[in-house]
Structure formats: structure tokens, C-alpha cells
Design a protein around this ligand. Structure first.
Ligand SMILES: *[C@@H]1O[C@H](CO)[C@@H](O)[C@H](O)[C@H]1NC(C)=O
Ligand SMILES: *[C@@H]1O[C@H](CO)[C@@H](O)[C@H](O)[C@H]1NC(C)=O
Length: 332
């Protein structure tokens, strides 16, 4: 008798020997109504998820511990059609990037890109405009400086640059620009260079993906967000699979692991070893992972910390984007 094939497969794309472990189960947490392209995620210390959508200017929150959670809107941003990156700055203070997006081009309409903070320590939340960044065509991933909460760092997927935003003054400038951060072209599939961005909090590095150039890398930053040395390439998405496209990521530096949300149906576990090519395990789930855009670990307990939340951008069914939302991987 032929055993039925599981939908989920785990492939080891390894430089140093393939090992097979059983894939972590994936649970659906919430599916948004059509055309709510879910882009990024942050997790509050109380376990609640914050979700951004590039197609609506609403910041959503939901409690993933409920058996059938429904999202509520934390804030609707003015002069914006959607939100890209989100990052926690200090406990329950989050920064976001808003713009009026041209979604087909994945660029902001000129002059509309802005950075805001949202404090969830007050009820209602306190929303503050930080600055506009009209010089950038797209700020995508967002993170805070690893040790200095005064600074945000943002990934410019078009200019191939890392921007620093000073939350104290609203000042913003490019602190690093490099060929390894640039896209390779101007059409979808090639037009996003540096994309996901996460700080090793308390450490020295900022980890990023370059979708077009197909790698995960990191740079070391100084106390003010300046970059020391060059880009260190850690893993290549082509080694994970020919069609794997890295998007945003979740860091577990303590375990030497980076999880990369990857299009079209993957969550890639990169195991950072010593020097050389990192080992990667590819979780391929064509039902639950639908153009994964970002990932974040749960918070608020040991079980939550071993839960990886992955956001799905969704899939086009005709002209409608369907089945976008958030799923959970129960890691062992
Ligand atoms: C929205 O944009 C208009 C026109 O540029 C501007 O006058 C207004 O202040 C903006 N509103 C907010 C809340 O930023
Ligand atoms: C993932 O699964 C799909 C559907 O079975 C398949 O077409 C694709 O080749 C798989 N990806 C990899 C890297 O094996």
C-alpha cells in the first residue's frame, strides 16, 4: 500500500550532508478578506501580533492564543494606502513605514513615504509622525538599531541602501549603500534588492535579505548605525531551491538560526555554522504557505517562543488576492 504523501515536505539543501527531521506542523491563525496583502509582523510582549498590509493603511492586531482570533484595527494612517515594515523600538512602542503604494511596481508614489511610531502603552494608542522620506522610492524592512533605541534602520529596496532614522530629531540619511544591496532590474522578480531587515538585539549585526540577488547577509553596525566593514553573505536562496525567493526574516541568533519567509511556498531555516555555506532546511507547503512575506517568533511564554508566525501575502485568483494572512509553525 502506498502511503499518502503529506502536503508538507522538508527538504534539506545542505552543504554538509542532508538530514531529515519531520516538518513542524503548520496551523492557520487567520485569513484576511481578499485583497489585504499582508506584508509584515511584529509581536508584542503580551503575545499579540501586529500585522501590516501594503494594500490597506490599517495596522492590525490579533491575539493568536484565541482559538478563532479576529483582528482589530490599532490605527488607520492618513495619506497612505498601506504599511510596509514594522519594528519594536522600546517595550510596546512600534515604528512603521507608510506610503501610497503603487503595488504593481512595489514603489511609493513620490513624496508619500513616511515613518511613524505607535505606542500601545496608552489606550487609545499614541501615534506620532516622525518624518517623511521623499528621497526613497521604497522603504521595505524596518528594524531598530541593535543597541541604540534612538535609531531605526530601514531597507531601501530600490536604491540599494540602508537608511537611518533618528527618532529624537526626525533626521534621516543613507548610512550604507552597496552593490550587494541593490536590485538587479526594474521589473517584478528583479526590482527588490535589500528587503527584509532584523537587528540582533543587544548584538552588533543587522541581518538582511536581498531578494533579487538571492542571499541572506549581514552587516556590522557601530553605535550610531554606521556600517563597519562590508556585507557578509550567509546563505543563498538558490541553494535552497531553484525557485526560492527570500523575503523578510526572523532571527534566533542564540540557536544560530535564521528563518526566512520565502516565495512562493517556503519557510527556509538557515543554520548559521562556522565559515562556509550555511545549511538550509526548506519547508514547502503549497496550501499554508502562500507567498510568505515575513516571520516573527511568538513572545510571552516558552511555547510562544517556539512558535514561528509567518505572514502570507496571498495568491492571485483571477484579479483578486486571496488567502493572505498569518500561520503558525510549531517548532520543537
Ligand atoms: C496629508 O496630506 C496633505 C496634503 O499633502 C497634508 O496637508 C496633510 O497635513 C497630511 N495629513 C497628515 C495627517 O499628515
Ligand atoms: C514544492 O512543492 C511544489 C508542489 O508540490 C513543487 O512544485 C515544488 O517543486 C516544490 N519545491 C521544491 C524546492 O522542491
Amino acid at each position: 500500500m502506498k502511503p499518502s504523501l503529506p502536503i508538507t515536505t522538508l527538504l534539506a539543501a545542505a552543504a554538509c550532508g542532508a538530514t531529515r527531521t519531520s516538518p513542524p506542523p503548520i496551523r492557520n491563525i487567520y485569513t484576511f478578506p481578499p485583497n489585504t496583502f499582508i506584508e509584515n509582523i511584529a509581536v508584542r510582549s503580551n503575545s499579540h501580533l501586529l500585522l501590516t498590509s501594503m494594500s490597506v493603511p490599517d495596522l492590525y492586531t490579533l491575539n493568536p492564543l484565541l482559538s478563532s482570533p479576529t483582528p482589530s484595527i490599532v490605527h488607520t494612517f492618513p495619506n497612505a494606502s498601506g504599511i510596509s515594515g514594522i519594528a519594536e523600538v522600546t517595550p510596546d512602542l512600534f515604528a512603521v513605514i507608510t506610503a501610497v503604494w503603487d503595488l504593481a511596481a512595489t514603489r511609493a508614489l513620490p513624496g508619500t513615504l513616511a515613518v511613524w511610531t505607535v505606542s500601545l502603552a496608552t489606550n487609545p494608542p499614541t501615534v506620532r509622525f516622525v518624518t517623511s522620506v521623499p528621497e526613497s522610492p521604497i522603504l521595505n524592512g524596518l528594524t531598530r538599531h541593535p543597541t541604540n533605541s534612538r535609531y531605526l534602520l530601514a531597507a531601501d529596496s530600490a536604491l540599494g541602501a540602508l537608511w537611518r532614522v533618528d527618532l529624537a530629531t526626525g533626521g534621516k540619511e543613507i548610512v550604507f549603500q552597496d552593490a550587494l544591496l541593490t536590485p538587479t532590474g526594474t521589473v517584478p522578480g528583479t526590482h527588490l534588492g535589500i528587503n527584509g531587515l532584523r537587528s540582533d538585539l543587544g548584538g552588533k549585526h543587522v541581518y538582511f535579505t536581498n531578494s533579487a540577488r538571492k542571499f541572506l547577509g549581514r552587516v556590522e553596525v557601530d553605535g550610531k548605525g554606521g556600517v563597519k566593514g562590508g556585507v557578509q553573505v550567509l546563505a543563498n536562496s538558490k541553494a535552497a531551491g531553484a525557485d526560492v525567493v527570500y523575503d523578510d526574516l526572523a532571527l534566533d541568533v542564540g540557536r544560530g538560526v535564521v528563518w526566512v519567509a520565502s516565495h512562493p511556498s517556503y519557510a527556509v531555516k538557515v543554520m548559521l555554522g562556522g565559515p562556509g555555506v550555511a545549511r538550509q532546511e526548506v519547508l514547502n507547503h503549497t496550501v499554508r504557505l502562500l507567498n510568505p512575506t515575513s516571520a516573527a517568533f511568538g513572545r510571552g511564554g516558552r511555547k510562544q517562543e517556539r512558535t514561528l508566525y509567518v505572514t502570507n501575502g496571498g495568491e492571485f485568483v483571477g484579479l483578486d488576492l486571496m488567502n493572505e494572512g498569518v500561520v503558525a509553525l510549531d517548532l520543537s
